[in-house]
Design a protein. Structure first.
Length: 204
């Protein structure tokens, strides 16, 4: 029987010993290629993922405002955090900020003695490593954080690594305490330190 064209071009394939090895080699090559392609796609889609670091200490967004901007990170006003664009929702940030400001303007200061007031302006505030702000901002930040967490579980979006279980419990404690001791008439001040976040995906 005359050999088929592919057998003429690849006579080694006819060997009963080499054929299984060739098939296995092809399968391994295909599998390896698929793994590499998938890894590249994931790295492009989730380029900001950082694991193995304590929250806020990955260096993904540097450790100063200048470094954060150089690394392509954006400032999240309601989190008072520099974070990768992948885990920043500008519309959600604006929504919560507008709701808070609708009650009354937020007051900020550059010093603990409250002698250096700052404008409630994201572009100004993002350049400070630490500020002092009304405690009301802390309460609203917690509500914003919880909203972000729920959206992540609904649509799979990443979140900044500051939104840990410890952070959620801290917020719950803060709001519970506020209900008990703050009747809304006292202006309570909080010390806010800028966060430099990475993106993470909540476990399901």
């Amino acid at each position: 029987m005359p050999r088929r064209l592919w057998e003429q071009k690849l006579p080694w394939y006819r060997s009963k010993y080499r054929r299984p090895l060739a098939v296995a080699g092809c399968l391994i090559a295909l599998l390896g290629g698929a793994v590499i392609i998938q890894a590249v796609q994931l790295s492009r889609h989730h380029a900001a993922t950082v694991t193995g670091f304590e929250a806020g200490k990955s260096g993904r967004c540097g450790f100063t405002a200048t470094e954060a901007m150089e690394k392509g990170c954006v400032f999240d006003y309601m989190n008072f955090s520099w974070q990768p664009a992948e885990c920043y929702d500008p519309e959600l940030d604006k929504e919560h900020a507008a709701r808070m400001r609708a009650e009354r303007p937020v007051r900020w200061w550059a010093d603990a003695n409250l002698t250096m007031p700052l404008p409630d302006d994201k572009e100004v505030l993002k350049m400070y490593g630490e500020v002092w702000v009304e405690r009301r901002f802390h309460y609203k930040h917690c509500m914003y954080s919880w909203d972000s967490l729920h959206l992540s579980y609904e649509d799979g979006r990443p979140i900044p690594d500051l939104q840990t279980v410890h952070h959620s419990r801290h917020c719950a404690h803060t709001l519970d305490k506020a209900i008990k001791v703050d009747n809304g008439t006292e202006v309570l001040i909080e010390h806010a330190v800028t966060w430099f976040s990475a993106c993470v995906w909540p476990s399901r």
